[in-house]
Each structure stands twice: as C-alpha cells, then as structure tokens.
Design a protein around this ligand. Sequence first.
Ligand code: GUN
Ligand code: ZN
Length: 433
Amino acid sequence: MTKTLIRGRLLSFRRAPQHMADRDSYLYETDGALLVENGLILAVGSYASVKPGNEEVVEIDHRPHLILPGFIDCHVHFPQMQVIGSYAANLLEWLNTYTFPEECRFVETAHAERIATHFFDEFLRHGTTTAVAYCSVHKTSADAFFAESARRGTRMIAGKVMMDRNAPQGLLDTPQSGYDETREIIESWHGRARNLVAITPRFAITSTPEQMEMVQALAREFPDLHIQTHLSENREEIDFTCSLYPQAEDYTDIYARYGLLGERTLFGHAIHLSEREADVLSQTGSVAVHCPTSNLFLGSGLFPLKAIQRREKPVRVALATDIGGGTSYSMLRTLDEAYKIQQLLGERLNPLDSYWHMTRGNAEALSLADRIGTLEPGTEADFVVLNSSATPAMALKMQAVKELHEELFLMQTIGDDRTVVETYVAGVASKPR
Ligand code: GUN
Ligand code: ZN
C-alpha cells in the first residue's frame, strides 16, 4: 500500500503540561509531517526529516494548519442525539420527561441504524475520532452502533446500557437478560475492527442489587473491559440513590461493594464527592469524567477539576461532551465551558492543559495512550487538521496572536466544527461534507 505523507504544523503531547511555558511537555513542529501506512503513523517530525528520499508517496499539504491527534470524548449517549436542548429543571426531570421516552425508540433497529449514521457524521465533523458511548438498553442499538463504527474504521468504546428498574417498561432488561446480552455483544464486537465493549450499568438508580451482582460477574469474567456508569451528578439523584442502597456508606460505596472500581472504570460527572469518595477513587485509579456543557445545562454543579487533580491523593480525570445532556458535539466548545467552570471556582485551566486533556489526557484515562491520543510512531493514524482562521472573527483575532498557546486558546474560545478542516481516521480523510 502506498504511504501517505501529511504535511502541516504538528502538535502532540508527551505528558501533561505543568504550566504554560512547559515546552518539553509537547512536540511542536512548524513545518512537520506524518508518514502514514496501513492506518498507523510510521514517522513523525520535521517535513525534511520525514519525507522519504526515493520512495513514491502521496503527499497532502495542510500548511499552515495545525495537525493534532483526533479528539477523544470519554462520555456520550448515542441514543440522545434528539434529546439535545430539552428544557428541564434538573437531571431527574430531564431523564424522565425526555430522555427515557426517546431511548424507547431504539427498540426499532431501523431507527438505531439511522441515528448511528448521524452519530458518526457529527462526531467526525467535529474532529472526534474516539468516543466512549452508552447505547440504549436494546442489544440492537449496540449492534447498530458497532456496525457503523466498523464501517467508518473508528476506535470506539461502547456498551448496551443495563437497567432493570425506575424507568419505563420499554427500557428495562432483567439481571439475566442484561448479563446475557452484554456477553453476546462482547462476543460479537469486542476487538472486531477497532471496537471495544464497555460494561455499562446506567447508574445505581436504574439497577437493582440483583443486576449489580450480574454487573460484578461480568467485571470478573472480563477484567480487561472498561466499565462506565454515572456517579454523584445531582443532589436529588444522590439522595435517591443512597435511599435505594441504605447499607452503603455513600454513592461511591455502592459501586465499590460490587467490585466496580478500578483503572478501567469511568464515572460520569462525579461532581459532588466527599473527601472519602475522592480518596477511594484515587486509591483504585478510577476515572472521574468531567462533562462541562452538560453540568451547566442541567444545572448539576461545578466540577472541581483543578482541585481534584491537586489533592494529595489526586483523582484521574477525563473530559467529555455527555451528548445529549451536553449541548455541543465539539470538544473545543467543551474545553471552553470547562475553562469557564474553573474560572467560577477561582482556578486557572490553561490551554495547553486543556488540549492535553482532550487528546493524550483522555487516552491515558482510557489506558489507551499507546494506541491513540498522540502523533507518536506506531500509534493509530487518527488526527485532525485545525484552521485557527476558520471564520472572519477568528481570522481577525489571529492577526493579534503571536504564541501557540494564544492560538489554541482562540480556537477553544470561539472555534467549533468550522475549525476542523479534516478528520483522519486510520489515515483516511473522513470528515463528512
Ligand atoms: N444519569 C443516568 N443516566 C443519565 C444520562 O443519560 N445522562 C446524564 N447526564 N446523567 C445520567
Ligand atoms: Zn451520561
């Protein structure tokens, strides 16, 4: 297969930047190139050093644009594309009034397949090449999602939601069927194309203790799989949850009692944690997934991102849109809202830190940094091309920009899908037109 040489300005993080002047934390090549073959990055560096001497290559010139690793979104709901922007007072009203009825529609395979097409179009249009997704309770919704992902060649992590109470009849499985169908989905899809399956109990409110035992059984049988669920998003939710599991010390302890904490566990939101809960997440290496646009939209609270990372026992953090509680598919818009939440908490979230989060940081949170989230040789060739002058307003501001960090900050502050010139999936240009 012919190799492809992709030229542009390259930015890729080596580790989390400690401060804005932490130049060693990232690779930045002003005239850089990526050599790509068979979906992998073969070489990265200056154009002059990477361009093969006497070999035929297809060359694509993206100068003066920036090339970054594809964005990673660590928490989204595939069946909620038509829930975005639903008017509700809080999480539980939003779930009961709009979200659960909408998810019932995914019992229809044709509907799930149609929305799956839109899902991949929208994520790739916004530069996101990996998402960690909740499907609906229906096995066929996961089949539709993974089949579309296989067609697109994307690295996706997803699972059929397990939920057996406190929701409409059309959205309930049983402890046994949730277990059986999750196993079937693992057999069909885990490791097929670039798909990975996550064990996905929705949250403790919608799972009986019997179902949680089945989740625990799955987690024991498949220790390499990710587990995703929700934790401490909203005060009413926390009170209701704890009333359902009176033996547990707190919300986190419910999941702990079923052996669900660990380095592959992703807890959506985790806003209102006690010190004890944060300690337990830290000790187990569990990940708190910050969903800023959703937390603001649903009025859930201000996630203490910087404070939780600064603790003596820091908690691992990932970043996500939480579509459809979230209000934008764009990880750039998500960074903007994350920044504003830290502002309200009197904290600084610098742009290098932010861009690390949505690329390598999220890959590390998923324990996948050896495959995605950087431009390092040997990793998968998922990357985005960004134009910091994509709109007249951006072009005007760019006239005043001198430093890389200012350019990054501009794109996260007023950029969106228009900023994304191209999205490469496994080395193939894949932004829908
Ligand atoms: N908690 C349980 N289910 C959901 C969901 O679909 N969205 C959000 N934001 N929180 C949840
Ligand atoms: Zn969620």
